[in-house]
Ligand binder design. Structure first.
Ligand code: PMV
Length: 352
C-alpha cells in the first residue's frame, strides 16, 4: 500500500530507452514530427526517476531540485524546470509542491543510447502519477496516452518509450489510429519471431554527439530531399507495421537498414552537412551484411544519431550472432565495448 497523500509522498518510475526502426527526423511546432516513426522498446537500458513532493504555497513557477545519481545537477535542473514550467497551464498543481527529482541510468553516459527518451518518459510518468494523486484515478490507456504526450513535449522520441514492445508515433497518410501527439503500442499484434528480439549495441565511440538532435531536426526544414523523405517514412512505417505482424524477416532487414542509412544520408546531405559515422561503423555494417549472406542468419543493423551500431536479431539466432560479435565485431568497438539489450516490456512503477 502506498502512503502517498496529496500533501506529500514519493513516486518512482523506471522507464526504458527505445531504438527507432523507422526514424523520426524533422519536426515542427511544439515537438510535432514531420513524419511517423516506429521503435523497439529496450529492456535493460533505462532511467529510474524518483519524484518526492511536498505541498507548499502555490508559486508562479515550479520549485525543483534535480539530482542525478544522488548529486545535484544544475544543468539538468534548468532544463527540467523549463520543461515543467511549460506544462503549468495544463498541470497547475506542479507549482503547488516542492519537487525533488532523483534520476539514474542503467547505461553509461554518451554510450549512444537515447538517454533523453528514457529520462523524459520516466519523468512524464512521475508527473502523471502525481496528477492521479491530485485529480483522481484515470483509466490505464488514457494514463499512458497522456504520459506519452507529456514525454513527447520533453523529447520527441521519448513518447515511444511509455510502451513495451513496438510503438508507432505520428499520423499515417492512409492508416487511421495513429497520432502526431502521442505514440501507440503494437505489441498484441506482433508475430512471435519479433516478440523475442535482441539489440546488441556496439560502442564504436562513446564521445559526445557532435550535432544535437534539435539542430539535426532543424536542418530538415530546408533539406532538398525533405518531402520525399517524409513520404518514404510514411510508407516504411505502414509497411513495417505489416511486416511485424506477418513475421517477414527479409523485408524487416531491408526496411530497417535502409532507414538507418537514410538517416545518415540526410545528415550528410543537409546544409551544413555532418558525418556521425566512423570507419569502424562502415566496417561493422559490411561484416554484418557478409555474415548474413554466408551464414544465412537474419541479422540487421540500425544506427541512431551517432556512430554506434545496433545489431538486431531474433532470439532463435542468439548463439550464432553472439559468436560472430565476439569473434569479428568486438575488435572494432571502442575498448571492445558492447551493451547487450533486447525487446522490453515497457516502464514499471516501482513506488507510489
Ligand atoms: O527525440 P529526439 O529529438 O532526440 O530525436 C531523435 C531522433 C533519432 O534518434 C535520430 C531518431 C528517432 O526516431 O529516435
Amino acid at each position: 500500500m502506498s502512503s502517498n497523500t496529496a500533501e506529500k509522498g514519493t513516486i518512482t518510475w523506471q522507464s526504458p530507452s527505445n531504438i527507432a526502426l523507422v526514424k523520426y527526423w524533422g519536426k515542427h511546432g511544439n515537438q510535432l514530427p514531420r513524419n511517423p516513426s516506429l521503435s523497439m522498446t529496450l529492456k535493460e537500458s533505462s532511467t529510474t526517476t524518483t519524484l518526492s513532493y511536498k505541498k507548499r504555497l502555490p508559486g508562479r513557477e515550479v520549485a525543483l531540485q534535480f539530482l542525478f545519481d544522488g548529486t545535484p545537477n544544475r544543468i539538468f535542473e534548468k532544463r527540467i524546470a523549463a520543461y515543467l514550467n511549460s506544462l503549468l497551464a495544463d498541470y497547475p498543481f506542479l507549482a503547488a509542491y516542492n519537487l525533488t527529482l532523483d534520476s539514474s541510468n542503467t547505461f553509461p553516459h554518451s554510450s549512444g543510447i537515447a538517454s533523453s527518451a528514457a529520462a523524459f518518459s520516466a519523468l512524464a510518468l512521475c508527473v502523471m502519477s502525481l496528477k492521479q494523486i491530485v485529480a483522481g484515478e484515470q483509466e490505464e490507456s488514457s494514463f499512458f496516452r497522456e504520459a506519452s504526450q507529456l514525454a513527447r513535449l520533453g523529447s520527441g522520441s521519448a513518447c515511444r518509450s511509455v510502451y513495451g514492445g513496438y510503438s508507432v508515433w505520428g499520423s499515417l497518410s492512409n492508416v487511421s489510429g495513429y497520432s502526431d501527439e502521442y505514440a501507440v503500442p503494437l505489441l498484441s499484434e506482433v508475430h512471435p519471431v519479433f516478440q523475442s528480439f535482441y539489440d546488441t549495441i556496439l560502442i564504436v565511440s562513446a564521445e559526445k554527439k557532435k550535432v544535437g538532435s534539435s539542430a539535426g531536426h532543424a536542418l530538415m526544414e530546408r533539406h532538398p530531399f525533405a518531402l520525399s523523405r517524409f513520404r518514404q517514412a510514411n510508407e516504411h512505417t505502414a509497411e513495417l507495421i505489416e511486416v511485424l505482424k506477418s513475421g517477414d524477416l527479409k523485408r524487416y532487414i531491408e526496411v530497417v537498414e535502409n532507414e538507418a542509412l537514410t538517416l545518415h544520408g540526410l545528415m550528410m546531405s543537409s546544409t551544413p552537412g555532418f558525418i556521425l559515422i566512423r570507419k569502424e561503423t562502415i566496417e561493422i555494417i559490411e561484416k554484418i551484411r557478409e555474415f548474413r549472406k554466408t551464414e544465412n542468419i537474419p541479422v540487421a543493423f540500425t544506427l541512431d544519431a551517432g556512430p554506434n551500431v545496433h545489431v538486431l536479431y531474433p532470439a532463435a539466432h542468439r548463439a550464432g550472432v553472439m559468436k560472430f560479435i565476439k569473434e569479428e565485431l568486438e575488435e572494432l568497438c571502442d575498448e571492445r565495448r558492447w551493451i547487450d539489450d533486447s525487446l522490453g516490456t515497457g516502464p514499471k512503477q516501482l513506488k507510489g
